[in-house]
Design a protein around this ligand. Structure first.
Ligand SMILES: N[C@@H](CCC(=O)N[C@@H](CS)C(=O)NCC(=O)O)C(=O)O
Length: 119
């Protein structure tokens, strides 16, 4: 079972690599603004999780550079996710703003958030 899951993960990563989406092009100033905004975000994820791949593809389409935090093999990131978000489920987007810190779960909700904020 573990081997099948591992193989499926590699297939997903390969498909993602081969059919990688194109990012939107911005001027250097526009991209800098986006990068500054994105610096307040962090994506807790597993590399080969299909839902995480879906979010990373949305980031690529929007040309948004969000710090990726591995919640599978990095014990500190896993702990942060569990303590801050309440559960170890990925993907989860950590959003820091004037109101404080929000933890957004569910890949579809994260993609909608990215499209709203960065499209
Ligand atoms: N409906 C969720 C599914 C996320 C999901 O099932 N993630 C898996 C990894 S692929 C996970 O975190 N599993 C750990 C758990 O559920 O405890 C989404 O679209 O984000």
């Amino acid at each position: 079972m573990k081997v099948i899951r591992w193989l499926l993960g590699r297939l997903i990563l390969l498909g993602n690599f081969v059919f990688s989406p194109r990012g939107i092009k911005r001027t250097a100033e526009q991209q800098q603004q986006i990068d500054e905004k994105a610096a307040k975000l962090a994506l807790y994820q597993f590399e080969a999780c299909p839902f995480c791949v879906k979010v990373r593809r949305a980031m690529k389409r929007q040309s948004v550079n969000i710090e990726l935090r591995d919640a599978k093999s990095n014990a500190q990131h896993r702990q942060e996710l569990e303590t801050g978000g309440g559960k170890v489920k990925v993907p989860c987007l950590r959003i820091e703003d004037q109101q404080g810190v929000q933890w957004l779960y569910e890949s579809s909700d994260i993609v909608t958030y990215l499209e709203k904020e960065f499209a």
